[in-house]
Design a protein around this ligand. Structure first.
Ligand SMILES: *Cc1c(COP(=O)(O)O)cnc(C)c1O
Length: 366
């Protein structure tokens, strides 16, 4: 391999997260002159034919990657998942007054707190007693058949808890925050009323969310919903009601192309399973030096939190890892410890390098 002319680390950040080098190189190459227009993609008009094609192409790629059926609309909306925490109830209450939420960690909690401004939130289950290290068995959930929808967080980015199955909720529309694991495995779209994800974990740039919504759920937004965030309006205008975050939409499209070139979400799922299994094995075989307390069947493939015997060692681990080019391993500020995020853009060599570092660190300080 030719020697690189730039410095790149292995970036284990939970978000904004690593972007594949090939994508960044393409952005660099196209930055001053996109498609021979003599302008950057940032400088072109969002209603120009070229931009419309970019927008359409991104949607088509996502539809191909996730096999999204025709009766679902794909929206690219400004703002992260935290915006969708409000926009979902604004659009989906449909005259009802209550919604069910599964509370499995920090992100579910934030979604619940926002939804509570718009409706009565029924917390159908909560794992807070376990300090968010498990998912309570569905037989213990208290779902409400009159709920407007059931909301859950498919992967808890901070706690490292991931659903390995799709909850069964009968006829009530199922809504999922897939911010930190979208495009990491196939999704059975028809099981859902709506899926949303902020882009900066597994799809590239911050400041943009993807929403996949079943068509029959459109058209019921609360009167005070900002027009930009009325899903029906967004769908009618193909996400170009107002000026969209054009550069982020361009970048997300390049990410979709990259996933497709890797072989699609099935290959991403294989890679994710392999990378996560390796790292968990290293943790579990460390004789208790490294510890992950999530129940094994609910362990996340994407975000792997672990801790060392004390906080001094945690801090020293993070600092020494950074010196070795393994960066952003500090745990979530509310969780502490270490967290390694292994999104699609993290190559397996990065995980191997982390494991080698962990084994070496344990030998020196264990
Ligand atoms: C990061 C994240 C969010 C928040 O995304 P923002 O872009 O900061 O609004 C919400 N949910 C999950 C699961 C996340 O990982």
């Amino acid at each position: 391999m030719a020697k690189k002319s730039f410095y790149r680390v292995y970036n284990f950040s939970a978000g904004p997260a690593a972007i594949p080098e090939a994508v960044l190189e393409r952005v660099r190459d196209e930055l001053l002159d996109w498609r021979g227009l003599g302008m950057s993609v940032m400088e072109i008009n969002h209603r120009s034919a070229d931009y419309l094609e970019l927008n359409q192409h991104a949607e088509i790629l996502l539809r191909q990657l996730l096999l999204i059926p025709e009766q679902y609309r794909v929206l690219f909306l400004p703002g992260g998942a935290s915006v969708q925490f409000s926009v979902v109830p604004m659009n989906l209450l449909r005259g009802k007054t209550t919604a069910d939420y599964l509370n499995t960690g920090i992100w579910s909690r934030q979604a619940i707190d926002e939804a509570a401004h718009y409706c009565r939130v029924n917390i159908a289950t909560s794992n807070d007693e376990s300090h968010f290290t498990t998912i309570p068995d569905p037989s213990s959930w208290h779902l409400n058949s009159d709920a407007a929808y059931v909301h859950y967080t498919d992967n808890e980015t901070a706690g490292g808890v991931e659903f390995s199955w799709v909850p069964e909720v009968g006829d009530v529309p199922l809504v999922s925050d897939m911010s930190s694991n979208i495009l990491s495995r196939p999704i059975e779209i028809t099981r859902f009323g709506l899926i949303y994800a902020t882009a900066q974990k597994n799809m590239g740039p911050a400041g943009l969310s993807v929403v996949i919504v079943r068509e029959d759920l459109l058209g019921h937004a609360l009167p005070a919903t900002p027009t930009v965030y009325d899903y029906r309006t967004a769908a009618l205008h193909h996400s170009i009601y107002n000026t969209p975050p054009t550069f982020s939409c361009y970048l997300i499209g390049l990410m979709f192309e990259w996933v497709q070139q890797q072989g699609g979400v099935r290959i991403m799922a294989e890679c994710s399973a392999r990378k996560a299994a390796k790292l968990y094995r290293c943790i579990d075989e460390s004789g208790g030096f490294y510890k992950n307390s999530v129940e094994v069947m609910h362990r996340s493939r994407m975000n792997i939190p672990f801790s060392l015997p004390d906080q001094v060692l945690d801090a020293s681990f993070v600092a020494k890892a950074a010196e070795a080019g393994l960066v952003n391993l500090r745990g979530h500020r509310l969780v502490g410890g270490i967290r390694a995020s292994l999104y699609n853009a993290m190559p397996e060599e990065g995980v191997d390098a982390l494991i080698a570092f962990m084994q070496d660190f344990q030998q020196r300080y264990g």
